[in-house]
Design a protein around this ligand. Structure first.
Ligand code: NAI
Ligand code: MG
Length: 492
């Protein structure tokens, strides 16, 4: 695979198969899945449709790698160095990977480039952390020494979505590998080419056989086979709550743990004393980034009633200027991922219209954007009635719901009035108030006078309520992919 220009990147043939023991092998069933370019609405590549026998081989390869192979014998320092080399390889191939990711997901090139910086950074972060995970000694009875250590699970399974494929690859595999696990990854059928390419890069920097195995294919086939496989010791999943239930049920049957990240309906809480010059561009970007297909998108704009008109005037003005286009046009946003997602998002629009929710502004699909692309002009609705689907459901599209609140207590009530709890933003010039609200909002991450949808590899990230459980990113993710063992030694 050598792609350095946009059209060539298109011809990448992931169809070589499944990636096991650092080699491409044909998938057992030999079927393929079409890969569609969302900005063009047409097929540009094919991937192997992995199935149960492929997952089985991948899990066996991982088991061998960790128990008998070279991978399992490496020190934490050596593992870390390999991961840092992989990070460097991603950085060295950033342009090629960004072109591939942009074609595969439709996202603007600037976003795809930023994604590759983040993907490389995941391996740098977890590579440099691999040899810094310590246990403790615990004071106990006289005559005893008690120590804890964090022990790898063995084989970890990973199922990732299509919205930020390369970043997700780093986010989930980085910490699992740093802790010494061997991994089997099922990337999303809608966008997985960078995962396949990065696996090749990993082999190229000397990652031992079996440490990273990739089985592309459909969720209900390759994904389900991985989730249910009795040979995995832990599973990490990012995607929809519906599939999250399936993953957790499968994990329960095998008595293994899981980390689930299942999206959100994250509130941006704006008080009248917020600095709007700083806030407004961030508020708009937090929903428009990646066409709203970000688990931590700031999709609810909660505004103090007294400042509602002023804030909305500025947000609307900005929203109306937004434009969607192809990756090369490099505008504010790209298309959504596929025809089904476009239909889903437009379904929310029809219902909003039927419910009489006022549409306040719309961006545009740029002239020249292919008619067959899955473009959705961004929209802002408000005031959205509390409890309306636009106020509580995850749309996963470029749609912002504005809702006024009365006072601080009402803001907290409203912010917590969804099943989700992933991220929140609080905007206020009153530090004590912002702190109080930040502590009362149900969310795994809260930003004050800032918002970082998807940002911050150093920052532990994960959900409360229906957004899932467990933590990714930061040092916490390393603990997530290991079991704590307590060793009790009697010496007197
Ligand atoms: P999905 O949950 O079906 O897909 C995510 C991953 O799970 C993909 O790799 C898919 O192949 C896999 N998968 C699907 N069914 C599976 C099964 N039975 N067993 C094992 N793996 C399976 O999400 P989908 O259908 O692509 O998007 C639907 C909605 O889910 C979106 O509109 C959005 O609301 C939410 N979503 C949230 C994401 C997040 O970042 N939290 C990412 C993607 C989707
Ligand atoms: Mg699905």
């Amino acid at each position: 695979m050598s792609a350095s220009t946009y059209p060539e990147a298109a011809t990448v043939q992931a169809a070589e198969g499944v990636f096991i023991d650092n080699r491409w092998e044909p998938a057992t069933g030999r079927g393929t899945v079409d890969v569609v370019a969302p900005a063009e609405g047409r097929v540009f590549a094919r991937i192997a449709a992995g199935g149960k026998p492929d997952v089985d081989r991948a899990v066996k390869a991982a088991r061998h790698a960790v128990e008998e192979g070279h991978w399992g014998r490496l020190s934490a320092l050596e593992r870390g160095r390999l991961l840092m080399k992989l990070g460097q390889a991603i950085a060295d191939h950033a342009e090629e990977l960004a072109l591939l990711e942009a074609r595969d997901t439709g996202k603007p090139m600037k976003q795809a480039r930023a994604d590759m910086v983040a993907a490389a950074r995941y391996f740098e972060f977890y590579g440099s952390a691999a040899d810094k995970v310590h246990g403790e000694t615990i004071p106990f009875l006289p005559g005893y020494l008690v120590a804890t250590e964090r022990e790898r699970f063995g084989v970890t399974g990973h199922i990732i979505p299509w919205n930020y494929p390369a970043q997700m690859f780093g986010r989930t595999l980085g910490p699992a590998l740093a802790m010494g696990n061997a991994t089997v990854l099922k990337p999303a059928e809608d966008a997985c080419l960078t995962s396949l390419r990065i696996a090749e890069l990993a082999a190229g920097v000397g990652m031992p056989e079996g440490a990273i195995n990739i089985v592309p294919g459909l969720g209900g086939e390759a994904g389900a086979a991985l989730a249910e496989h009795p040979g995995i010791d832990f599973i990490a999943f990012t995607g929809s709550p519906e599939v999250g239930v399936f993953i957790q049920t499968a994990a329960a049957r095998n008595h293994i743990g899981c980390v689930l990240e299942l999206g959100g309906k994250s509130p941006q809480i704006v008080f009248g004393d917020a600095d709007l010059d700083v806030a407004v561009p961030v508020l708009v970007n937090a929903i428009v980034q990646n066409a709203g297909q970000t688990c931590s998108a700031g999709s609810r704009l909660l505004i103090e009633q007294s400042a509602y008109d002023l804030v909305m005037e500025r947000v609307i003005e900005r929203f109306a200027r937004l434009r969607a286009g192809t990756p090369e046009m490099d505008l504010d946003l790209g298309p959504v991922i596929n025809a089904k997602q476009k239909k889903r998002v437009e379904g929310f629009f029809s219902r909003a219209e039927a419910d009489g929710v006022p549409l306040l502004a719309m961006g545009q699909v740029a002239e020249g954007a292919p008619a067959d692309g899955f473009f959705v002009a961004p929209r802002i609705y408000g005031p959205v009635p509390r409890g309306n689907r636009l106020a509580v459901d995850e749309v996963f599209g470029p749609v912002l719901s504005a809702i006024p609140f009365e006072d601080e207590a009402d803001a907290v009530r409203l912010a917590n009035d969804t099943d989700y709890g992933l991220v929140a933003g609080v905007w206020s010039g009153n530090g004590a108030r912002a702190t109080r609200v930040a502590r009362k909002v149900q969310a795994g991450q809260v930003f004050v006078n800032a918002y970082g949808a998807g940002g911050g590899i150093e920052l532990p990230f994960g959900g409360m309520k229906k957004s899932g459980h467990g933590r990714e990113k930061g040092f916490e993710a390393l603990y997530e992919f290991a079991a704590l063992k307590t060793i009790v030694i009697k010496h007197d």
